[in-house]
Write a protein that binds this ligand. Structure first.
Ligand code: S3P
Length: 172
């Protein structure tokens, strides 16, 4: 059966948003960035959602949005890095989409997102230590995803082409 959506999962800074936009452009599909959509709908940035409403509330917003998007078609979906924390999210996306996990080394992640103040979980002094700690805590969840793409040293276009190739191969 042809999969209806392509879903990008992975830790912060693995390139989900930039790669997703390239894939959507090449396939002429619609790009959806879950974090951006949550921010638009809540009318406040993610650090404020975490600070004012708490992380569990953010996770509930993510869960509801997964259910909405998994029912869609022709979407390239960039998820937030913590989407794997609720296994139901991956189950729902697996049912109608090709789920791809993007990977990168902790140092690459630090290079890509270290200066960004928009990630509340990395608002600490020792960012590399925190990245390593979160990656370790989540490693089994990311490892469980069937399709894995290593992004170190690759451009978003190169990564997008690997994923489009995988999608076409898996669906023909
Ligand atoms: C999070 C990752 C972020 C965002 C939120 C929590 C996480 O998304 O959803 O700050 O738990 O890893 P990105 O992966 O797009 O940075």
């Amino acid at each position: 059966m042809r999969k209806a959506n392509i879903v990008l999962v992975g830790f912060m800074g693995t390139g989900k948003s930039s790669v997703g936009q390239v894939i959507a452009g090449e396939l002429h599909w619609q790009f959806v960035d879950m974090d951006t959509l949550i921010v638009e709908r809540q009318g406040k940035p993610i650090p404020r959602i975490f600070a004012e409403d708490g992380e569990p509330h953010f996770r509930a917003l993510e869960r509801a949005l997964v259910q909405e998007l998994a029912a869609g078609e022709g979407l390239v979906i960039s998820t937030g890095g913590g989407i794997v924390l609720n296994p139901k999210n991956i189950e729902d996306f697996d049912a109608t989409g090709l789920v791809v996990c993007l990977r990168a080394r902790p140092e690459t992640i630090l290079d890509r997102v270290g200066q960004d103040t928009n990630r509340p979980l990395l608002a600490v002094e020792d960012k590399l230590g925190k990245i390593r700690q979160l990656l370790e805590a989540r490693s089994k969840l990311y490892d469980a995803i069937g399709c894995q793409v290593d992004t170190d040293g690759l451009t978003p276009h190169q990564i997008a082409n690997v994923i489009i190739g995988t999608y076409e191969f898996s669906c023909l």
